[in-house]
Design a protein around this ligand. Structure first.
Ligand code: FAD
Length: 480
C-alpha cells in the first residue's frame, strides 16, 4: 500500500463530522491528522447551541466502528425510555411514553451536543494522540491555491498565523463552510459547490434556548420537581399564533446538568419583539402561571436570554459537488478535498438527521476507502457517485417528513397526523402495497434516504390514484 499520501491531513471544524472523520482515518492507519477548531474546547458551553442529539442507528454505524457506542449510551437517555409530560395552561399534566412504531428499530440515544462532541474528543485524547492533534481557538481564515496544492491559512486568538499544505483537506466546517466557499470560487462558472435551497415551513423559524436549573419545581408543593430524564412540553396561557408559546425540554441523563428549554417561533412572534429584561420576565410570568416561573428562570438567565441573538432554522439545502482533486495527492503532488456534514447538507432539525447524516457520510466514505485501498483519486469520485443521491433525498425528506411540528399551524399539524395514521394503518393491512410515513421510515437505519423517498413517493402515487378513482366512481353514480 502506498503510504506517502497518509501524511498531512487537515480537517477544518472540530464538530461531530470533523472529530468523527479524524477518528475514522486514524483507525484506518492514517497519521498526521490536524483538526482546526475555532471554538475554545470540545465541550464549550454555548447556551444557544445547547440542544440535544438523538444518535440513531444511522449515526451508530460510525460510533460502532469507532467502538464508542457504549460510552455514548452511558451518558444518554435511551429512546425506549422516552417519556413526555405535557403540562397544559391550566396545570393539568399527562405523561406518555414515546410510541415505538417499529419494534426492530435500533435503540437511539439522547444526549447534549457538548457531551457527544466531548466523547469523540476524549477518544482522541485516550487512544489516538500519536495520529491526531486537535487545535482549539484557531480559525481557518483563508484557503489559497498554489499550483496543484491548497494552502490553509489559520489564525489563533493572539493573531498568530499557521499555514498548512495538506494532501487531504476535509471540510467539516458547517453551514458557512470556508472550504466549500473556496471550492465554489475555484469552480468559476460551475454551480457544483453552490448551495441549492428548497422551501420548508420550518425554515426561518427563530429559536432561543433557556437554561433552567437541573431539578426545577413544577409547582409550589414541596417535592414536586421535574425529572431530568423526562421530556416536557409546557404550554402557555396565551392564544393566537403570534402570542402562544411552548417550552420544549428534551430528556437528559446527567441529573446535575442544567436543563435547556427551546423556544421556537416565527420571527414575527411577540416574544422576539420584547426589548428589555423586564418585558421578557413579565411575558414569561403571564405565559406560564401554572408553574412557579420566577423560581425556575433566574433574573441573570432572563438578562442573557433578552440579549442573546438566538438562531434561525436554515433553509434545507445541499450542494451537488462533494469533492475536488488538484494534482496527484496520492503521490504527494496535490490536494484532495472532500466535504462532510452541514458543509454539504444543512436543514432544520425536524427529523433529527443533522448529526446522524454527518456520521453516515463518514461511514460511507470509510467503506469506499476500504474498497479502494485508500486511493484518494479513486475513492473521492466514487464517494460522490454513491452519496450524492442520498444527500438529495435527505433534503427532500426534510421538506416532507415533519416540518409542522413547531405549533406553527394547528390545521397543518392535524393533517400531518392524519396522513401519518392513514399510512401506518394501510401499511399494516397491505404491507406489499403501502409503506409507513417517511417520518417513520427514517428510523430504519438499514434503508438509505433514497430508498425512503422512493417508498414514500410510491405510496403517495397509489393514494392519489385511489382518490381519483373514488371521485370518478362517486361522480359516475350520479349519471343516469
Ligand atoms: C437549533 C438546532 C437544533 C438542532 N437539533 C438537532 C437534533 O436534534 N438532531 C440532529 O441530528 N441535529 C440537530 N441539529 C443539526 C446538527 O447540529 C448539525 O447537523 C450537526 O452539528 C452537523 O455537524 P457538523 O460537524 O457537520 O457541523 P457543526 O456542528 O456546525 O460543526 C462545525 C464546526 O466547525 C467549526 N468551524 C466552522 N468554521 C470554522 C473555521 N473557519 N475555522 C475553524 N473552525 C471552524 C465550528 O466552530 C464547529 O465546531 C440542530 C441544529 C440546530 C441549529
Amino acid at each position: 500500500m502506498n503510504h506517502s499520501y497518509r501524511k498531512n491531513v487537515v480537517i477544518i471544524g472540530g464538530g461531530p463530522a470533523g472529530l468523527g472523520a479524524a477518528l475514522m482515518l486514524a483507525k484506518r492507519g492514517w497519521k498526521d491528522i490536524t483538526v482546526i477548531e475555532k471554538r475554545p474546547s470540545a465541550d464549550y458551553y454555548e447556551p444557544d447551541k445547547s440542544f440535544s442529539y438523538q444518535i440513531d442507528g444511522r449515526g451508530q454505524k460510525l460510533t460502532d466502528l469507532l467502538d464508542i457506542t457504549t460510552k455514548i449510551a452511558d451518558l444518554s437517555v435511551p429512546s425506549n425510555d422516552f417519556y413526555l409530560t405535557l403540562i397544559q395552561k391550566d396545570g393539568k399534566r399527562k405523561t406518555t411514553k414515546l410510541p415505538i412504531v417499529d419494534s426492530k428499530r435500533k435503540m437511539a440515544y439522547w444526549l447534549p451536543r457538548a457531551s457527544f462532541v466531548q466523547v469523540l474528543y476524549q477518544e482522541i485524547q485516550q487512544h489516538w494522540q500519536d495520529a491526531i492533534q486537535v487545535l482549539f481557538n484557531i480559525e481557518c481564515i483563508e484557503i489559497k491555491q498554489n499550483l496543484d496544492r491548497l494552502e490553509i491559512i489559520t489564525q489563533s486568538k493572539n493573531q498568530e498565523q499557521l499555514i498548512f499544505v495538506p494532501n487531504l483537506l476535509l471540510g467539516c466546517d458547517g453551514l458557512n463552510s470556508i472550504v466549500r466557499e473556496t471550492l465554489h470560487q475555484m469552480s468559476e462558472r460551475s454551480h457544483l459547490f453552490d448551495m441549492q435551497k428548497f422551501p420548508s415551513p420550518s425554515a426561518g423559524l427563530k429559536y432561543k434556548v433557556l437554561s433552567l436549573p437541573p431539578q426545577f419545581p413544577l409547582s409550589e408543593q414541596p417535592g414536586d420537581i421535574s425529572q431530568s430524564t423526562m421530556a416536557y412540553a409546557i404550554r402557555s396561557n396565551f392564544q393566537g399564533l403570534k402570542k402562544a408559546i411552548s417550552l420544549g425540554l428534551l430528556p437528559l441523563k446527567n441529573q446535575d446538568f442544567p436543563r435547556t428549554a427551546n423556544i421556537i417561533a416565527y420571527p414575527d412572534h411577540q416574544i422576539w419583539q420584547l426589548k428589555t429584561k423586564e418585558e421578557v420576565a413579565d411575558f414569561f410570568k403571564q405565559a406560564f402561571p401554572q408553574i412557579p416561573i420566577e423560581k425556575i428562570i433566574s433574573p441573570e438567565e432572563i438578562d442573557r436570554f433578552t440579549s442573546s441573538e438566538g438562531g434561525k432554522f436554515p433553509i434545507p439545502q445541499y450542494c451537488e459537488g462533494l469533492y475536488k482533486i488538484l494534482g496527484n495527492p496520492d503521490n504527494n503532488e496535490g490536494t484532495a478535498v472532500i466535504l462532510f456534514g452541514d458543509a454539504v447538507h444543512c436543514f432544520p432539525p425536524d427529523i433529527g438527521q443533522g448529526v446522524n447524516s454527518a456520521l453516515e457520510d463518514i461511514y460511507v466514505f470509510q467503506e469506499i476507502l476500504a474498497d479502494t485501498q485508500d486511493n484518494l483519486s479513486q475513492a473521492l469520485p466514487q464517494y460522490q457517485k454513491i452519496r450524492q443521491p442520498d444527500v438529495q433525498a435527505l433534503i427532500r425528506l426534510v421538506q416532507i417528513s415533519y416540518p409542522w411540528q413547531y405549533n406553527q399551524d394547528p390545521l397543518q399539524k392535524r393533517l400531518w397526523s392524519l396522513n401519518l395514521f392513514l399510512r401506518l394503518v394501510l401499511s399494516k393491512l397491505l404491507p406489499f402495497v403501502f409503506h409507513p410515513h417517511s417520518f417513520v421510515l427514517i428510523q430504519n437505519h438499514e434503508l438509505s434516504y433514497s430508498e425512503i423517498v422512493a417508498k414514500s413517493n410510491r405510496t403517495t402515487q397509489i393514494l392519489l390514484i385511489l382518490t381519483v378513482l373514488t371521485i370518478l366512481i362517486f361522480m359516475g353514480s350520479f349519471l343516469p
